[in-house]
Design a protein around this ligand. Structure first.
Ligand code: TXA
Ligand code: MG
Length: 326
């Protein structure tokens, strides 16, 4: 067992960025904000640093990491782009899209980070702090969501501290993340692009750019052929029991509401609303923080139905995983 280390928290500013880059260069672990959720960063090219990262998160070694790079040029050094990948990078980078691509011959990312696969997940984040850190460090940074494996993703520095204090070196506090939902992951495969994880960019927006439907299916992590190995059925697990698509609140349940009209029986129940006005973008931004807040106070949570369109696909995916038997 490794002993605890001191986790520092510092506001995002140029001094902190410089300190963070030095910690990464020394093989340390730095949590930082992106536009989606907080990431836990390590030097992608340093196998020992990557091993430390897996250990700090308690993440199984078969579950590969996303390498974050400054721009498309840096991504091209790591992976081979087909026509679909070119279109998607052009349309959505920098931003909350991750592409899974065949590794380039000169790929410098540690084999451990991609769990020995011949593909690599790449993302160009659109967040000033993430961009500043990538510029200061000058190499790819692997960064899974900065939560303990299987827990709810962090959208504030405090969420990171709650999960990982004593296990990582630094948390850069850049405030609450804007999008609040992880990046959408698309695998660019020979048979055509495939949706590996729904996320911050809606399926329809991606399909509009591609001009074809995304393939899907077979991507569930409990199937034999795991496509995005992190998509375990029971993930994003709160301690509380979740009851989805609830039309009413049972005695003793807290309520995760959506829309202007609370479910029947909500009077007196501890309630947080994903979006009073029924806005799915607002709901995505609130999802993980509201789950954490209700989980801290309740043992059972009724969740109102959320429509499946737009970011609803990703919201319902995360809710289903949070509710899955474990
Ligand atoms: O928004 C995000 O993507 C955040 C921020 C920090 O960038 N990161 C994030 O990372 O959500 P993580 O580790 O929580 O999720 C990465 C997902 C996992 O489901 C993993 O299995 C999948 O990406 N993945 C990584 N490399 C892959 C590969 N070569 N093939 C298929 N799936 C891959
Ligand atoms: Mg995660």
């Amino acid at each position: 067992m490794k002993s605890e280390i001191v986790t520092r928290t510092a506001p995002a500013n140029p001094d902190t960025i410089g300190m963070a880059a030095a910690i990464l260069a020394a093989g340390g672990l730095v949590a930082f904000p992106t536009e989606t959720v907080y990431g836990l960063g390590a030097d992608a090219t340093n196998g020992q640093a990557v091993a430390r990262l897996y250990a700090a998160k308690g993440r199984p070694l078969f579950n590969p990491l996303i390498a974050h790079v400054a721009d498309t040029a840096a991504a091209r050094a790591q992976a081979r782009f087909d026509a679909a990948a070119e279109k998607l990078a052009q349309a959505f980078w920098p931003g909350p899209l991750t592409l899974v691509l065949p590794k380039a011959d000169g790929c410098t990312v540690s084999a451990l980070a991609s769990a020995g696969l011949d593909t690599i997940a790449l993302r160009v984040p659109d967040h000033a702090v993430a961009q500043a850190l990538l510029a200061a460090f000058g190499k790819p940074i692997v960064a899974p969501s900065a939560n303990r494996s299987g827990h709810i993703s962090p959208t504030t520095a405090q969420h990171v501290i709650d999960d990982l204090s004593g296990r990582i070196d630094l948390v850069i506090d850049g405030g609450a993340t804007r999008v609040g939902m992880e990046s959408t992951i698309v695998g660019c495969e020979e048979a055509g692009p495939r949706l590996l994880r729904s996320g911050a960019i809606a399926r329809a927006a991606i399909e509009r750019v591609l001009g074809v439907a995304l393939r899907s299916g077979g991507a569930r992590a409990d199937d034999d052929a795991v496509s995005a190995p992190g998509m375990l059925a029971s993930h994003y697990a709160p301690k509380a029991r979740l009851r989805l698509n609830a039309a009413r609140v049972n005695p003793g349940e807290a309520l995760l509401a959506f829309g202007p009209t609370p479910a029947a029986g909500a009077e007196g129940a501890l309630t947080l609303n994903l979006s009073q006005s029924g806005d799915l973008i607002e709901a995505a931004a609130n999802l993980f923080a509201h789950l954490r807040a209700l989980d801290a106070k309740a043992t059972a949570i009724a969740v109102m139905p959320v429509p499946q369109d737009g970011l609803g696909e990703a919201i319902n995916d995360r809710l289903a995983r949070a509710a899955a038997a474990r």
